[in-house]
Write a protein of this length. Structure first.
Length: 315
């Protein structure tokens, strides 16, 4: 039986946080969950493997412990164990192809506030043909909700409203898959969707022709061709993002939608806008089998946004 969601686990705190997020998402979707763990055969046991314990037995233990915890925390959820002898990247990319969603863990926020994704997660995100969600270490299911009001017991926290879903909209790329994922995520959570589009104002050459700088905010208020061009850029951006939001709002009338066009670099804008979100959704151009890489916006989101990040490939 094919399951809609697959999560990769390796026994780390990050992967366990991802597993519980994936289980909650499967519950919201009415789907099953496949828990995947990969292992390797080694001529000599790895340093972390106790003497007399085979690699396979160790792998079975890691997978079994993860599944046991999930079944205890999410009773009634259909969970399938899958143990694969293969490289982690290859196994996870293959698993993504047979799932609606792949969920992976992140090592969490580093000393500089960065999202330390790890080489495996980042390579999988860059190569997967299906949406991938990264969940950072320490993320709990209650973090997807707004703060509980005074007097509400901890076990009642999941009943509080979900945080907003934020969609980073790139109007220069095909975006139907990305927009659809974001609207559906908001619908499943019964929460609002905030559509954010970043744009840049016109540039003006300075005295040194080798340099180009953006106009300061004070100059943008002045009259003249450059100021008019800046105002037109903002108006065009707002019109474009509003048109996309209106078109999809008709398909999801139950989802409250807000939208904004924000001046600045897309990566910086999204990191700022998603600081209190429950989920950030960004797109990634697909089809890069060899030398697969993340675009700058997805890369920045994965490294600096604290909430789960969904990266949705598109044509």
């Amino acid at each position: 039986m094919q399951h809609d969601i697959t999560v990769g686990v390796d026994g780390s705190a990050a992967s366990l946080a991802a597993a519980h997020w994936a289980a909650a998402e499967a519950g919201r979707r009415g789907a099953g969950l496949t828990v995947l763990h990969t292992w390797h055969r080694h001529v000599r046991p790895a340093s972390g493997v106790p003497a007399g314990t085979g690699e396979y037995e160790r792998a079975r233990t890691v997978l079994g412990q993860a599944v046991h915890g999930l079944r205890a925390a999410h009773p009634g959820l259909l969970i399938t164990e899958r143990l694969v002898c293969d490289s982690p990247v290859g196994a996870l990319v293959s698993a993504a192809a047979g799932s609606d969603l792949l969920v992976l863990g992140s090592l969490g926020l580093g000393a500089l506030g960065g999202f330390v994704t790890g080489s495996v997660s980042q390579r999988v995100v860059a190569r997967a043909d299906r949406p991938v969600v990264l969940v950072r270490a320490g993320r709990g299911t209650s973090d997807d909700h707004l703060p509980a009001a005074d007097g509400i017991a901890p076990e009642e926290i999941p009943r509080t409203p979900y945080r907003e879903v934020v969609l980073g909209l790139d109007t220069g790329e095909p975006c139907d898959e990305t927009v659809a994922f974001a609207f559906e995520a908001a619908r499943l959570r019964g929460t609002g969707l905030r559509v954010v589009h970043a744009f840049r104002t016109p540039l003006r050459a300075v005295t040194d022709s080798s340099l180009v700088i953006a106009l300061p905010a004070t100059e943008r208020l002045a009259t003249g061709p450059v100021a008019e061009a800046a105002a037109q850029a903002r108006a065009d951006a707002e019109h474009t993002v509003a048109a996309v939001a209106h078109a999809w709002r008709d398909k999801y009338p139950e989802v409250p939608v807000t939208w904004s066009a924000v001046e600045g670099r897309a990566a910086s804008v999204l990191v700022h806008e998603a600081h209190d979100a429950g989920l950030l959704v960004v797109g990634r151009r697909g089809g890069h089998r060899l030398g697969a890489h993340l675009g700058p916006v997805a890369h920045a989101a994965l490294h600096h946004v604290p909430c789960p990040v969904a990266v949705v490939p598109h044509a």
